[in-house]
Design a protein around this ligand. Structure first.
Ligand code: G1P
Length: 303
């Protein structure tokens, strides 16, 4: 239901994946802890949630994810050492991740897909609308997407997905949305009429890819419970959203809106795009950027 006064506080971050694309780095370290310059990718995602007002974060984890819990907890020994040295700058860096949000954990147990991971959050979330943030997608804080999606949810109700136009030959890597205009809305807000998980070029209804940000109506849980395994034998969030996109009975929580994102997004999901993200972000940093850019210019001449 639309409710302009609705306050969203909860974010769900699926983090149970094995990170096989980054082996051997991820043999004993969760992929979410891989540094983007000097900050674990997962911290950037939590910072994004907090910036949109969502400071109750539930991570859906699995085995070997203990470093995530340690990262968002106080580190007494390290803090005492830094304090004794008078290194306040690093002390603040260490304290920041523990102070950011109220972080909770639930285990997924079996790797049954993204839809199943979201379903694991049902108890914690209850009957409120909530956001889902996928850790492989980083959104530049200068181009706030989640805030826009929350605003759309408040005004229109239902669920909201983030869409980005991608070259058609890449659409098989994403959920794909069929869209229609929404009269009275800006051109970045569209009605989602259908969704297909990772279609072939021929099957794809458009070039709009679902990127890893969702604002979901709690009715998604009831739908997920009944959603059969889909692509890859996994319970797909895209399939549950498809049901919600078709089911637009007033008051039932259905209806899916898309927010078309045209800002800066960094993909850390595979090795090449991860390296590109790190270089791009490091180039923009005040402390590292000037030297790195100068070196890169020289380095490319040698290629
Ligand atoms: C997941 C979703 C897919 C979405 C993508 C965004 O896929 O299933 O619909 O487009 O995230 O990054 P994954 O990349 O986890 O295979």
């Amino acid at each position: 239901m639309a409710d302009v006064d609705e306050i969203l506080t909860k974010a769900v971050i699926p983090a149970a994946g094995l990170g096989t694309r980054f082996l051997p780095a991820t043999k004993a370290t969760p992929k979410e802890m891989l540094p983007v310059v000097d900050t674990p990718a997962i911290q950037l995602v939590v910072e994004e949630a907090v910036a949109a007002g969502l400071d109750d974060v539930l991570m859906v984890t699995g085995r070997n994810k203990r470093p995530l819990e340690d990262h968002f907890d106080i580190a007494a020994e390290l803090e005492t050492t830094l304090e004794a040295k008078g290194d306040t700058e690093r002390l603040h860096l260490v304290q920041r991740s523990a102070d950011l949000a109220s972080v909770h954990y639930v285990r997924q147990g079996e790797p049954k897909g993204l839809g199943h991971a979201v379903l694991c959050a049902a108890r914690h979330v209850g009957h409120e609308a909530f956001a889902v943030l996928l850790g492989d997608d980083l959104i530049d804080p200068r181009d706030p997407l989640l805030t826009r999606m929350i605003d759309v949810r408040r005004r229109l109700g239902g669920s909201v997905v983030a869409l980005m136009e991608v070259p058609r030959e890449q659409i098989h890597l994403y959920g794909c949305a069929a869209v229609d205009v929404l009269p009275g809305e800006d051109d970045d807000v569209v009605r989602v009429t259908d969704l297909v998980e990772k279609p072939s070029i021929e099957e794809a209804p458009s070039s709009y890819a679902v990127i890893g940000r969702y604002v979901l109506d709690p009715s998604v849980f009831t739908v997920l419970e009944k959603t059969e395994p889909g692509r890859g034998g996994e319970i797909q969030l895209t399939d549950a959203l498809r049901t919600l996109a078709h089911d637009v009975e007033p008051g039932a929580g259905g209806g899916v809106t898309g927010v078309v994102f045209r800002g800066r997004r960094y993909d850390t999901g595979d090795r090449l795009s991860y390296l590109q993200a790190v270089v791009r972000l490091a180039c923009e940093r005040e402390d590292l950027g000037p030297e790195l850019r100068a070196w890169l210019k020289e380095f490319v001449q040698t290629l």
